[in-house]
Design a protein around this ligand. Structure first.
Ligand code: FAD
Length: 129
């Protein structure tokens, strides 16, 4: 992938314009399939937004004692009615596939001695009633 920084007044044709250079924008660029991508950001590349702050891990149901449906239920309980349940179910279901994609693209994660992904223990949200 070629990377070039353009000045604000430069006219640049593009097949895909992505606004925001966080992980969502960068993943969208990777999925653009070789098309001509222009990313617009309000800070230096990969310096703004939340993505540079995230370093505590990724919440995904990859452990042998976990499942995307558990992850979805925990998220909905912790969200206390603020979550869009359809989005929660879609994102939690897609998580394991996205981790596999990141591994395939060369991302490194903590590993167990046997080489498998080393998930941290999950603290489940308690559902009363
Ligand atoms: C302190 C902190 C710690 C976190 N830790 C974790 C963690 O351990 N694990 C985890 O999974 N998640 C963590 N998160 C959450 C995670 O960082 C975010 O969910 C994720 O980075 C969101 O990615 P994004 O690409 O959607 O947004 P962002 O990374 O916020 O990217 C948005 C981009 O859009 C740009 N932008 C905004 N407005 C405009 C505009 N008007 N014009 C042009 N560009 C614009 C911003 O400059 C930025 O580059 C953490 C978040 C914070 C703040």
């Amino acid at each position: 992938m070629n990377r070039r920084i353009f000045s604000p007044d430069e006219v640049r044709p593009a097949d895909v314009v992505i606004i925001g250079g966080g992980v969502a924008g960068m993943m969208a660029a990777l999925h653009a399939g070789g098309r001509n991508v222009v990313m617009l950001g309000k800070t230096a590349f990969a310096a703004g937004g939340s993505s540079p702050h995230a370093q505590g891990g990724i919440a995904v149901a990859v452990g042998s004692d976990d499942s995307p449906s558990h992850h979805a239920e925990d998220t909905l309980v912790a969200g206390a009615g603020l979550c869009d349940s359809e989005v929660v179910r879609r994102v939690t279901a897609d998580g394991p596939r996205r981790i596999a994609e990141l591994v395939g693209r060369g991302a490194t994660f903590d590993r167990s001695p046997d080489g498998t992904l080393d998930p941290r223990p999950v603290v489940r949200t308690r559902v009363s009633g």
